[in-house]
Ligand binder design. Structure first.
Ligand code: CA
Length: 224
């Protein structure tokens, strides 16, 4: 899961990044409204935007307005000052999905982030079932026939992306985008290696990751 944080309070941003990375997300951070706007125009691979409204250079509400005007429906969690009821209402009217008044407890934010990302991916439930394979998005645990599969953080990330798009082609570039933060060097070759390892661990019975030559991968649908 890939998250963009737009927050000019560095201490708060650091805390958010630590928490969300600890939960297995790839997290990028910008500290102004204009940077947030630019990042959201360039990449459509974010699973969630955490948006502070009081941002320098472009107000958070303007960032949100422009985002939705481009037809981008990425889930947005806005961060507001505790007393700014008006901003909160405006934000929700402009298409924010949820809000957190500051100050907030990080575990609560983490829970809301999980719920928003699940909803955004079209999975209201925390468990994704795929034949004998089950993936718990909340606990980040995969089981095969009820037995836990030992997967690295990268492999879990890959599996999550593929499961969220079962039956659809996911390109290597998309995988790199979904899994890696800015400045992280992960080549397409590395993706091949991760896929190879993941296959060895989960390809049992009807579970199969198909290679679409030159294009990418697809977790094949299971009939019935
Ligand atoms: Ca601020």
């Amino acid at each position: 899961m890939r998250i963009l944080i737009a927050e000019d309070d560095q201490v708060l941003a650091d805390g958010l990044m630590r928490t969300l990375r600890g939960a297995g997300a790839a997290v990028d951070h910008v500290a102004s409204g204009t940077e947030a706007d630019a990042a959201l125009m360039t990449s459509t691979e974010f699973d969630l935007l955490i948006l502070d409204l009081g941002l320098p250079r472009m107000h958070g509400l303007e960032v949100l307005k422009r985002l939705r005007a481009r037809g981008n429906s990425v889930p947005v969690l806005i961060l507001t000052a505790a007393d700014s009821v008006e901003d909160r209402i405006k934000g929700l009217d402009l298409g924010a999905d949820d809000y957190m008044p500051k100050p907030f407890a990080l575990p609560e934010l983490e829970a809301r982030v999980r719920a928003l990302v699940r909803r955004g991916a079209g999975n209201a439930a925390s468990l994704i079932k795929h034949g004998p394979l089950t993936y718990d998005q909340q606990g980040r645990v995969a089981t095969m026939d009820g037995v836990m599969v030992d997967l690295s953080a990268r492999e879990l990330g890959l599996l999550e992306v593929l499961l969220q798009r079962t039956g659809r082609l996911v390109s290597k570039d998309q995988l790199v985008e979904r899994l890696c933060e800015w400045g992280e060097e992960v080549s397409n070759n590395a993706i091949e290696v991760y896929i190879h390892r993941l296959r060895k661990k989960i390809e049992k019975g009807p579970v199969r990751i198909a290679t679409v030559r030159g294009l990418g991968y697809c977790l094949e649908k299971i009939a019935g």
